[in-house]
Design a protein around this ligand. Sequence first.
Ligand code: F6R
Length: 241
Amino acid sequence: MQLIVKPDYDTMSWAAAKIVVNIIRANTKTKLGLATGSSPQGLYGQLVEYYYERALSFSRVETFNLDEYIGLPHGHPLSYRYFMETNLFKKVNIDIGKTNFPDVYNADLSEACSNYSRMLKENVRDVQILGLGVNGHIGFNEPGTGIDTKTHVVELQKSTILANSRFFNSIEEVPKTAITMGIAEILEAEKILLLVDKKTKHDALIKLLAEGGFDSECPVTALQKHKNLTVICTREAFDGN
Ligand code: F6R
C-alpha cells in the first residue's frame, strides 16, 4: 500500500489527477472505474483542465461507475449519471456510449446486477477510483458486506442516507436503495486509488492503514488485500482533527 498525505483537498485532487492522467496516456485504451461524490470531484475538475489544455484525450477511455440510486427518474439532477455528466463526461471528448452504470431502470433488478457483473468481468479496470464513506463503505458496500460480493442491490444505511441528504431538499427524498459494484469486483481493478478528504472518515481510514485484515463492519479494510493500492488523503483526514 502506498500512502500519500496532502495538506488539503486541492493538493489531494492534483496528486490523484496526475496518477490518472499517466494511466490514460500510457494505455491505448483505458478502462476507468469511477466514483461519484465530493471526494473525486476535484480530481474530475483537474482532468477537465488537462483536456482543455489539449494535454489529454478521452476518445479511447471507457468508464464503469460504482453505483447508482434506484428510483430516481432518468436525468434526475441527483442521479449519479447526472453527476458524472456535469462534472466530467459532457466536458471532455468521451464517447457517452462508453460510459457505463448499473441499469437501475431494468424492471428486473437481479438481471441488471448480473448484466453489470458480466460487463465488469469482461472489462478489467486499469484503475478504480474510490471515495470512503464515514461508516467505512466503498461504493455502496455497507458494513456487513462480504468480501466476495458482486454487483447487488443494497439498502442504504441510515448514516449513508443522512450523509447523502446534504444534496437533497429533505432526507425523505434520498433514495433508500441502490445498485452497487461488489467488493470482489472493486478488487479486480489493476490499481485502486482511494481518496479520503475529511476528518469524519479518520476512523475508517485508520482501520485500513492498520492492516489488521478484513473486517466486514468496515468494508474499506478489504483493500488491504489489493496488490496496487494508493491512498491519497488530506492531513485533516489523516490526523482526525
Ligand atoms: C459514490 C460512492 C460512495 C462515496 C462515499 C464518499 O459513488 O460509491 O462510496 O465514495 O460515500 O462520498 P463523498 O465523497 O461524497 O464523501
